[in-house]
Ligand binder design. Structure first.
Ligand code: CMC
Length: 429
């Protein structure tokens, strides 16, 4: 294997850079001793070339358009598995047998309720608060309820936390939705599967019976599988960084939710639908694309581009297929936004601007169209993402917390402020 070292050509000082090998993928150069030996930092804002940890959970090959959870390609899981089975896999490393799946599923179903006093938190939010704001606040508040079982070093405590977090986040997201619409909170029904239960908590009202549409529940389940983890993305890295301080795990997850909300990350699904609304009709696509290509406009084609995928996002391919099925089921085959999205995609894929920069539709380009067909309002799109990604956040927090070599995450900087100077009295300034 190639040897790497960092040489100061002036002094001749040389630091050997040990090579870290994973199962697949590029090797990493361990630069941990560079500062101690040579007094220089490495510099990589945006972490384009920097690994922050070892992880056995998820692998992405951006050039091949491959995403695997614990070694299983995501398309196989979307085709054959359920979200709850995938959650087990991501958390535990192996697919469950029938008894393990039953026991995990039951545990998640039994943890869906939230403390009654937590329910009252929602009344404190302004009626039109964004559901992501409520989700961040209320998930963070779970830390005030379960501080007796949050010894990060205790595997049993970690397991209780994982099950509670995955079980309660749909209940909290649905409560945020109900608050936004001024409807009464609907309790979980534990005879329902994960996705059906979420639909019932969002759309049932006490005044009439509610029947879960199995096609809607299946579509949601597939979307959740596709969003469940994505290795060291911004929100997961935020959870890891917060968690590395030893903070309460619910607070660490709340920090991940806050990071997810941004339009460059999970907020893109909401931004895509707002963009499609703004474009309006197919006639406006060309002028809109000109605006996107003119950097001065600051307009981006939302739902396009990815830091890691430079060929295609496998999740987008699966979602695109599902989009057609779901629209057909709901009699919305001629949905104008779907037509608009297809036209935007067609033009972008033929355009040199996008081809040269390897910009392809990402997971968020089509997911909003499915959510909309299911009757989910635009401002609930990112909470949907958060529900699914909670599995990944918990798994990464768990992996980090059970690793004895974990240290507090603490990047360095290139300081560009004033050099040392003396305080001047106010009359001398
Ligand atoms: N529309 C137009 N131009 C773009 C876009 C876009 N969506 N994305 C990247 N570019 C251009 C960018 O201007 C730059 O051009 P140049 O080299 O001439 O300066 C080049 O492509 C590289 O872009 P970058 O911003 O350096 O790439 P990045 O890896 O830092 O950012 C990204 C990745 C996803 C933040 C970015 O592609 C983007 O803003 N996309 C739109 C938002 C979006 O859809 N986000 C969801 C990502 S997938 C789900 C998730 O992560 O949660």
């Amino acid at each position: 294997m190639a040897q790497y070292s960092l040489l100061n050509e002036e002094t001749g000082d040389k630091t050997e850079l040990p090579v870290k090998e994973g199962t697949v993928g590029p090797v990493g150069l361990d630069v941990g001793k560079v500062y101690a030996q040579q007094g220089v930092f490495t510099y990589d804002p945006g972490f384009t070339s920097t690994c922050s940890c070892d992880s056995a959970i998820t692998y992405i090959d951006g050039d091949a358009g491959l995403l695997m959870y614990r070694g299983y390609p995501v398309d196989q899981l979307a085709q054959n598995s359920s979200f709850i089975e995938v959650a087990y896999l991501i958390l535990n490393g192996e697919l469950p047998n029938a008894q393990q799946l039953e026991s995990f599923d039951q545990s998640i179903r039994r943890h869906t309720m939230i403390n009654e006093s937590l329910k009252r938190f929602f009344e404190g939010f302004h009626y039109d608060a964004h559901p992501m704001a409520m989700l961040t606040g209320v998930v963070g508040s779970l830390s005030a309820f379960y501080h007796d079982t949050t010894n990060n070093k205790d595997p049993h405590h970690r397991e209780i936390f994982a099950h509670r977090m995955i079980a309660k986040i749909p209940t909290i997201a649905a409560a945020a939705y109900k608050r936004y619409f001024g409807q009464p909170f609907i309790y979980p029904q534990n005879h329902l599967d994960y996705s059906s239960n979420l639909l019932q908590m969002m759309f049932a009202v006490p005044a009439e019976p509610y029947h879960v549409d199995p096609v809607a529940a299946k579509a949601l389940d597939v979307l959740f599988i596709l969003h469940a983890d994505h290795e060291q993305n911004a929100s997961t890295s935020t959870v890891r960084l917060a968690g590395s301080t030893g903070c309460n795990p619910y607070a660490a997850i709340a920090s991940g939710i806050a990071a997810l909300w941004g339009p460059a990350h999970g907020g893109a699904n909401e931004a895509v639908l707002r963009m499609l609304d703004e474009i309006g009709t197919v006639d406006n696509v060309k002028p809109f694309m000109e605006k996107v290509k003119n950097k001065e406009s600051g307009v981006r084609l939302m739902g396009f581009g990815h830091r890691v995928y430079k060929n295609f996002d496998p999740r987008a391919t699966i979602i695109r297929e599902h989009c057609h099925k779901v629209l057909k089921h709901f009699g919305q085959e001629n949905d104008p936004q779907m037509e608009l999205a297809l036209e935007l995609e067609r033009i972008a894929l033929e355009d040199d601007y996008f081809r040269e920069r390897k910009l392809y539709p990402n997971v968020d380009f089509y997911s909003g169209i499915i959510y909309k067909a299911l009757g989910i309002p635009v401002n609930m799109f990112t909470p949907m993402f958060a529900i699914a990604r909670a599995v990944g956040w918990v798994a990464h927090w768990n992996e980090m917390s059970s690793d004895a070599s974990t240290r507090i995450g603490r990047p360095r900087q290139i300081y560009t402020g004033p050099a040392q100077r003396d305080y001047a009295a106010i009359d001398k300034r």
